[in-house]
Write a protein that binds this ligand. Sequence first.
Ligand SMILES: Cc1cc2nc3c(=O)[nH]c(=O)nc-3n(C[C@H](O)[C@H](O)[C@H](O)COP(=O)(O)O)c2cc1C
Length: 190
Amino acid sequence: MNPVSLLAAWVEDAASRDVPKARAMCISTVCEGRPSSRMMLVNVDHTGISFFCDARSRKAAELAGNDFACALAYWPTLARQVRVEGRVKVADRKTAERDFAGKTAAKRAAIVASRQSAPMGPFRSFDQKVSAMLAAEDQDEARFSPDHWVGYVIRPVRLEFFVGKPDRLNRRLRMDLQPNGLWRTERLYP
Ligand SMILES: Cc1cc2nc3c(=O)[nH]c(=O)nc-3n(C[C@H](O)[C@H](O)[C@H](O)COP(=O)(O)O)c2cc1C
């Protein structure tokens, strides 16, 4: 099985068994050799691992300087972990617009009113801005995806599947994408 399909199957499995935040992964980026991580909701399909955020956020700035990212998923009740490494591409505009359109009005307003990762003044001012936007009859401002709402897709070149077992007899499989497009699989010591 293609490892990205296997990852998608593990996400679906975790979601179907109600593992909390089954579709969230820790996404790490690097700036000048200094890594930073944050949890993100992700979609996994044949194109890779996609997530959506503000193009002016810290992660976006870091990806602009170094397009290599690492995603980590962990589903505690299944004792499963997956690490994914790859280059990140910006998703096309339509994909970001579709994601934005699928959000609730409250979330859309918060996205429009926010400038993710920038220092802010009193929280109340932001809160009021969001409420005013929601109260506006036509909600025009938050109806269309703002330019700063972007999608990123990690194109995996290496995945590592981990299954926790008692007494550190954990199973680890690493899959590397070869230049010929095939995946090489190696078992790793726990
Ligand atoms: C479970 C979980 C899911 C999250 N999903 C998203 C998301 O899909 N998009 C997003 O912009 N931030 C999301 N966040 C917030 C991010 O972790 C982070 O605080 C934010 O994106 C700013 O990150 P940055 O300053 O490193 O760019 C999520 C946080 C948690 C705890």
